[in-house]
Design a protein around this ligand. Structure first.
Ligand SMILES: C[S@@+](CC[C@H](N)C(=O)[O-])C[C@H]1O[C@@H](n2cnc3c(N)ncnc32)[C@H](O)[C@@H]1O
Ligand code: SF4
Length: 377
């Protein structure tokens, strides 16, 4: 099983916190899209005939693409790859791009899941983030999507400089009022080279204390549990049967092909690759029938660390069986030995041959994982 990810590198505005690759000039939009189709065909053998169970249009803002063109991308995948009958086909939708006409047309063109970038329902937050939508559009877009699609997800961000616990409670309750099958709720990361980072460094804005971020996290965990959401990964919550095949593919180490500027790919074994994060270099390279790729071979140590990190972030945990079969028995012994201290301190526990983070230590999953990392090997 495998997935295909399309990265559409254009946005109407630069959100202050975002360091994904995108351009706010649309001059090259048409050319980039046609080059992405060309890249998709050039790389038709990358997935070795594996069955595609997820196609994902992300970005940037893929909801700036004409839905008929989205249909052409999907058809092209079907022409050149083996696509499962029940493949998940997701489109990220910015609330200001939503209209019944647009959403219906996505459905006609075989998209079957929508991920709406709400981030917050509060006007002050949206202004601070420099989002291209307002709170009315956030509410309206969900109503329209819910009327049209059974499977949809909402993205929210907490821990922003303007988020306090009361505002976070409001955002979560509004999100839940639509009974979404899936929620992705991200803790704010202040990324390098972002406007937000500059605002914080210059003292214009202040990060909220870690304790407040943690309070927002615990409120979310307990609140969403009451509404029967399964927290299947640190930031991901789903109703039964609605986990994201796309996200799960990444975390379980399945192969994926990333198309478009800056998109990453993984062969499911030991090789990662990524396209250049620059639209004109991408275009020049594809025009000359060259893939604009850089590659890295993962060492066994890298694979081990990655499996520990993703495993501890997910509810399925770190599978000893998987470590044994993918990278070898000695890594199993190392993990069993180093995990002992954290098991004694009740941060980790074993369930059969799976290692998990205990509920009390979930917020610290990444730190606990890095304690188990192999540094020298
Ligand atoms: C890269 S965006 C693409 C989706 C779409 N363009 C949008 O913004 O709605 C995917 C998601 O990543 C999350 N995200 C991006 N940057 C983040 C950051 N610095 N911290 C936390 N979440 C972030 C947002 O929730 C966003 O919806
Ligand atoms: S968060 Fe989404 S809309 Fe905002 S700049 Fe990043 S990709 Fe574009």
């Amino acid at each position: 099983m495998a997935g295909i990810y399309f990265h559409f590198p254009f946005c109407k505005k630069a959100c202050t916190y975002c360091n994904f690759h995108f351009s706010t000039s649309f001059k090259k939009k048409k050319l980039v899209l046609s080059s992405m189709i060309k890249e998709l065909i050039m790389r038709k053998d990358f997935l070795n005939n594996k069955i595609i169970e997820s196609i994902y249009f992300g970005g940037g803002s893929p909801s700036l693409i004409d839905p008929n063109l989205v249909g052409e991308f999907i058809q092209c995948v079907k022409d050149y790859y083996k696509v499962s009958e029940d493949a998940e086909i997701t489109m990220e939708l910015n609330p200001d791009d939503a209209s019944y006409e647009y959403i219906n047309s996505l459905k006609k063109n075989k998209v079957n899941r929508i991920s709406i970038g709400v981030q917050s329902f509060i006007e002050e937050d949206l202004l601070l983030m420099n989002r291209s939508h307002n709170s009315h559009q956030a509410f309206r877009s969900i109503e329209m999507v819910k009327d049209t699609f059974e499977n949809f997800s909402l993205d929210l961000i907490y821990g922003m400089p303007t988020t306090n616990l009361d505002k976070w409670k409001f955002n979560l309750s509004k999100a839940i009022s639509y009974d979404p099958p899936h929620l992705s709720s991200y803790v704010l990361t202040v990324e390098d080279k972002t406007i937000l980072k500059k605002q914080i460094s210059s003292g214009k804005l202040h990060s909220i204390p870690e304790k407040e971020v943690e309070d927002q996290y615990w409120y979310m965990i307990n609140y969403l549990e009451k509404f029967k959401y399964h927290n299947y990964e640190f930031s991901s919550f789903s109703k039964s049967g609605y986990y994201s095949k796309n996200n799960n593919g990444y975390w379980s180490g399945k192969a994926y092909l990333g198309i478009g500027p800056s998109a990453h790919s993984f062969d499911g074994l030991m090789t990662r690759s990524w396209n250049v994060s620059q639209n004109s270099s991408y275009l020049n390279s594809i025009e000359q029938n060259c893939l604009p790729l850089s590659m890295e071979s993962l060492s066994l140590k890298d694979r081990f660390n990655e499996m520990v990190m993703t495993g501890l972030r997910t509810s399925s945990g770190v599978s000893i069986q998987k470590i044994r079969s993918k990278i070898g028995e000695k890594f199993v012994s190392y993990l069993e030995e180093t995990a002992k201290k954290r098991v004694l301190s009740n941060d980790l526990y074993w369930d059969g041959d799976h290692l998990h983070v205990t509920k009390k230590s979930k917020f610290l999953s990444d730190g606990i994982a890095s304690d188990l990392f192999l540094v020298n090997f």
